[in-house]
Design a protein around this ligand. Sequence first.
Ligand SMILES: [Zn+2]
Length: 293
Amino acid sequence: MKLIDLNFMDTPNSIAVYLYETNDGPVLFETGPYSCIKYLEKGLADAGYTSNDIKHVFLTHIHLDHAGAAWHFAAKGAQIYVHPKGLAHLIDPTKLVASASKIYGGQMDLLWGKFEPIPEKQLTSIEHNQEVTIGGKIIKSLHTPGHAVHHTAWVTHEGIVCGDVAGVRIANGPAMPPCPPPDIHLDNWIESLDILLDENPEKIFIAHFGEFDNAKEHLEALKQEIIIWDKFVSELYKTKPLVKQAISTFEEWIETRILSISNEPELVSLYAIANPTWISINGLYRYYSKKFS
Ligand SMILES: [Zn+2]
């Protein structure tokens, strides 16, 4: 598995995609946003390929930081593998783009770049535990909701490509849950981490950011972190039910948590880029508004 750093917003160690060699050419896990296409094409070139060589793209979920350039590979003939609940939004991205626009407003183009529909015949919907064999390599899907209802992790013989269900982890920092709207569900997320642990993984590959050898330790630590977040943020929601009342308390709390685990102040700003606190509090508050209504 070869990591390609997309240098998102010219920041290294923020968004990764993975190139996986098979006897039938390379497979791409995730595409990142189209705004990073020049870095993705450079990464492919370094491995001896162009976009035209990618015939299979496996998406962990359809958020634009993971799937934003999928249409580009489809336009060059690739087949795109995706969770059944994500499929319709790639054929007609109107709702996906509208939902992202609610969060990112005028920043859409700068952050994510162009996003275009993908023809239905180039999309393959993959069920839970389904295996796909490409060039002698078996790739198995694990439906893993919690971060998104349409989230899939992909099991390979080298380890599990986890997208965002295994959290955000930068360098020696803690594993933390990225919680954007609209469908964060912390109880489902914890169940999904158990699904990953049941595979007994040694290695995981995450989008934000990198590969980690101590997979089980990482996944257990994220479970505990989600339990701690759930306790803190649900209480915060009860006392300060509006995001604007709670944002500064949440930001300070996140900073304290990062430092209590890693004690490396420079990590705070790196986490803020890969996993912005203002986005997570909006996703969590939406979750609690449904849960407590
Ligand atoms: Zn992401």
